[in-house]
Write a protein that binds this ligand. Structure first.
Ligand code: PLP
Length: 456
């Protein structure tokens, strides 16, 4: 998560000390309201939400139909505990969701966020292994860098030294293979050959760990915050599936950020017709209207568990009717407004504009992603890929320049991870060409200010 420099604001100066604490002591302006792709603060400023918060507000803010659906549900009930009652919004959302997921991924378990979703995937995988007589399988291989959540279980598969180190004594840190940063490699291989090579590192890791001990492999099909929308060469995806099949290992796709339409397909993995065994979703599923996440799996994984006493896992708010009513309305709006197609079309426009900017600012060494999940990696020297000196805080400065100009973009530096500073542009899927123009003008000005400041 970004550490932000304090911004002078008449609004923050006038406010009393806060009892809340978050990532730092930084104070931010008080938000007043949001609509479409915009936020307005109490002190009267307008911001473009160029990253949908942390890639959450997929359908945009204050969608009237979603708010009305939530109000209708509120008038009935906002809570019913899943061990006492079933509820219609959860049933209907599960049905809708199953219809949008790859064939057979039709058993759904709702949670309240992304970390709960990935953690639930890991626990489902482990219980399946135990229920099917494979109790020695427990290792979940992950990628480095990666982000799969902040709870101890999801953190144990998060490839980020800085986030993990304090908690390492309390966790079983899981084995990791390198994320497929194929664009950085300076060798004579084609991108497709590199894709295979990165996938084969999984096989080497399985061999090194002992195949009988490996339970699952977890990956983001289109990278999120840890790799700034990193996409592997096409050859990577089928090879990973092949390797998992060869060793009887479950493939978990973390689609918390890349799912719910953001990349121009319902799942990021749909770009390669991936067949994951378990999928985690959150962020765009509730689109910021309610805390919501989900795990999806086929009946063959869920049945053995149910037959042997049930899923030993749950959260009080799992399948909450209000959250599910919001999610159902979000999916409805996605269909009604054809937002997945818009994400694909506007993603093409946006990546084209960012690539134009990269011609002006060669320190933008790689512009990548799918649909409206786009990332830019910045380096000091595009030839050698020498990173920008970390003490110069390039990502943070860029974020600050954009923020001061009324645009929110996302950036996060991963210790021990991708060397370059990076930022992500991921506006709500309702964005128009004109609004992209407005955003690009600010990004251009911010990059110019950064280039001048750091002599890039
Ligand atoms: N997985 C991925 C890919 C994410 O990007 C995130 C959050 O950024 C999470 C899991 C954790 O989600 P949450 O912050 O809702 O717990």
């Amino acid at each position: 998560m970004p550490k932000l420099e304090a911004q002078p604001s008449p609004d923050t100066e006038a406010r009393p000390p806060s009892h809340l604490f978050y990532l730092s002591s930084l104070r931010r302006p008080l938000v007043d309201r949001a609509e479409g792709i915009y936020f307005w603060t109490k002190d009267g400023r307008r911001f473009i939400d160029g990253s949908s918060g942390p890639m959450v507000a997929n359908i945009g803010h204050s969608n009237r139909n979603v708010l009305d659906a939530m109000k209708r549900q509120m008038d009935k009930t906002t809570f019913a505990y899943r061990l006492h009652f079933e509820n219609e919004p959860a049933e209907e959302l599960a049905r809708e969701l199953a219809g949008k997921l790859p064939a057979g991924m039709d058993r759904i378990f709702f949670v309240s966020g992304g970390s709960e979703a990935t953690e639930s995937c890991i626990k489902l995988a482990r219980q399946w292994a135990v229920a099917t007589g494979q109790p020695k399988r427990w290792k979940v291989i992950t990628r480095f860098p990666s982000y799969h959540g902040g709870t101890l279980g999801s953190l144990s598969v998060t490839g980020d030294d800085a986030l993990a180190e304090t908690f390492t004594p309390m966790m079983r840190v899981m084995p990791a293979v390198p994320a497929p940063t194929a664009w950085r490699d300076r060798d004579n291989l084609s991108m497709e050959q590199r894709g295979v090579r990165y996938a084969d590192m999984l096989e080497e890791k399985i061999q090194a760990e002992g195949p009988e001990s490996v339970l699952a492999f977890i990956m983001e099909p289109v990278g999120g915050a840890a790799t700034a929308a990193l996409v592997a060469p096409d050859s990577y995806y089928p090879r990973i599936r092949e390797i998992c099949d060869r060793y009887g290992i479950l493939l978990i796709h973390d689609e918390v950020m890349s799912g719910a339409g953001r990349t121009g397909k319902f799942l990021g993995g749909d770009h390669w017709n991936c067949r994951p065994d378990i999928v985690a979703l959150s962020k765009g599923l509730g689109s910021g209207y309610a805390p919501l996440g989900a795990l999806a799996a086929p009946v063959r994984l869920v049945e053995p568990l149910l037959a042997s006493g049930g899923f030993q896992h749950g959260h009080t708010y799992a399948g909450n009717p209000l959250a599910c009513a919001a999610g159902l309305a979000v999916l409805g709006e996605m269909d009604r407004l054809d937002l997945i197609a818009n994400a694909a079309a506007m993603g093409d426009v946006l990546i084209g504009e960012l690539r134009e900017l990269a011609k002006r600012f060669p320190f933008m060494a790689d512009v990548r992603g799918k649909g409206l999940l786009l990332g830019v990696e910045m380096v000091a020297d595009p030839e050698t890929l020498k990173p920008i000196e970390p003490t110069r805080k390039a990502t943070q400065r860029l974020l600050d320049h954009a923020y001061a100009r009324g645009l929110i973009i996302y950036g996060r530096k991963v210790k021990g991870g991708v060397d370059g500073d990076n930022f992500m542009v991921a506006p709500p899927m309702i964005i128009t060409r004109e609004q992209i123009g407005e955003m690009i003008a600010i990004i251009g000005d911010s990059l110019e200010a950064l280039a001048a400041e750091l002599d890039l």
